[in-house]
Write a protein that binds this ligand. Structure first.
Ligand SMILES: Cc1cc2nc3c(=O)[nH]c(=O)nc-3n(C[C@H](O)[C@H](O)[C@H](O)COP(=O)(O)OP(=O)(O)OC[C@H]3O[C@@H](n4cnc5c(N)ncnc54)[C@H](O)[C@@H]3O)c2cc1C
Length: 398
């Protein structure tokens, strides 16, 4: 992308360093991600060498502190990376986002030994990560998961856990080497029994199940995880027993800002494509861009992209300041994914018949947008999170 109006909008208010980062990512994404994105989607193929290129550029370690082996980016800078990657290829952005999501909890609550052993190959991109929470009977209500972790060995100090159950819809699963998996040590305890485990590809009793047949982000494959009395050593338990629910929710806070940034990039790509098309396509004696009704549509699309970006950056800045991010992350993710859905749908409309064709990228963008209203908390769940905070403040003010 050259210095279009869109690029200017995306770089408004950035520091020189952030602008340089944005240009570097944009250059990479334009040259290396965008050209094959349509073909990878058609083939439903994750291309590992492209992920490795992102690792070489430091993206797989980006939002983690330098003293812990990360690249030390601010979270605001991380949203710039996500936005540019998604502008070119939403599926690759989600692969990267989930990879980062699966590392966060190990940074936040892993032991020194776990961080060294587990994160080293993930930061360098040698190992790909996945985040295994959802089950056939538990999605929005994650506290209802049934995957069971039975203690083996001495009571109070188990040597290992025997994990039995399954997960569905796990992004990156077919290609990953490392999985952060949530299971319950006490099915009657609800969220208080949920515990996090570090699971590696090849552990006896662990196999992949059915690959999900998805509508969009097809180049970010997802699959079922099946655990048949999988033995997980106690040193692979992350945090204490019963801390898993809190660990999952806290990682999802960061993940949601990252998804919001990806949705902003996706929506911007659809807006830019539509604007170019309206300028080039002629009908009724002039370019379509002269039709006021279509200009109104374009303006409303731009409004949604700007709102998505503003809320995403506000949430990232709150994280950088060390403030609680729950509500801000929900507002950003919900707004940005709705913006992506609406803007990509309008882009298809503005392209007319060609927008409905798989020959052009806007139909892929529209399919890619839909999932973001569902994963990392459906947008209904985000309304509940926001409403809870609003009511809490109202009660405190009384
Ligand atoms: C593309 C994609 C990738 C995914 N990747 C992962 C992954 O990597 N790891 C992982 O663990 N999971 C993943 N998921 C699963 C995803 O997190 C769940 O699909 C999501 O949390 C919703 O759960 P569910 O599908 O069980 O729907 P349900 O929870 O059954 O919800 C069905 C509908 O009811 C609504 N609803 C539910 N409860 C309420 C309520 N209390 N109030 C109002 N409305 C409500 C929901 O918003 C939704 O519209 C992925 C899903 C998709 C589509």
């Amino acid at each position: 992308m050259t210095a279009t109006g869109a690029a200017v909008a995306a770089s408004t208010g950035l520091t020189d360093e952030e602008r340089l980062l944005q240009e570097t990512v944009r250059d990479f994404a334009t040259r290396e991600l965008a050209p094959g994105a349509g073909e990878r989607d058609e083939a439903e193929r994750f291309e590992r060498p492209l992920f490795e290129r992102m690792a070489q550029l430091g993206f797989t370690a980006a939002p983690f502190p330098e003293e812990a082996g990360g690249a030390g980016f601010s979270y605001r800078a991380w949203t710039l990376v996500m936005e540019e990657v998604a502008y070119a290829d939403m599926a690759m952005a989600i692969t990267l986002s989930v990879h980062i999501l699966s590392q966060y909890p190990v940074f936040a609550c892993g032991t020194e030994e776990q961080r060294r052993r587990w994160l080293g190959p993930m930061l360098t991109g040698e190992a790909l990560g996945a985040f295994g929470l959802t089950e056939p009977h538990a999605g929005s209500d994650a506290s209802a998961i049934r995957t069971r972790a039975l203690r083996i060995g001495v009571a109070g100090s188990p040597q290992a856990y025997r994990v039995t159950g399954s997960k569905i819809w796990i992004s990156n699963a077919p290609d990953a080497e490392r999985y952060l998996v949530f299971a319950t040590v006490d099915p009657d305890a609800g969220s208080a029994g949920i515990t996090a485990f570090l699971v590696e590809k090849g552990m006896p009793g662990f196999r992949l199940g059915r690959k999900e047949r998805k509508m969009g982000i097809k180049a970010c494959p997802a699959a079922e995880l099946i655990f048949e009395a999988m033995e997980v050593p106690a040193e692979n338990r992350l945090g204490a027993e019963g801390e898993g629910y809190r660990i999952a929710l806290s990682a999802l806070g960061e993940g949601r800002i990252s998804i919001a940034a990806a949705c902003t990039g996706l929506a911007q790509a659809a807006l830019d494509a539509a604007a170019r098309h309206l300028t080039e396509r002629r009908a009724f004696g002039g370019p379509l861009s002269e039709q006021q009704g279509l200009r109104f549509m374009l303006a409303e699309m731009a409004q949604k992209v700007a709102a998505a970006r503003a809320l995403t950056r506000a949430a990232a800045e709150a994280k950088d300041r060390g403030e609680p991010i729950g509500e801000a992350a929900s507002l950003a993710k919900w707004t940005a994914s709705d913006a992506a859905m609406s803007v990509t749908t309008d882009a298809v409309q503005l392209f007319g018949g060609s927008g409905y064709s798989r020959e052009l990228p806007v139909e892929r963008m529209m399919r890619d947008a839909k999932g973001a209203q569902i994963y990392e908390g459906t947008n209904q769940i985000h309304r509940l999170i926001v409403a809870e905070q609003v009511l809490k403040r109202a009660a405190e003010a009384r």
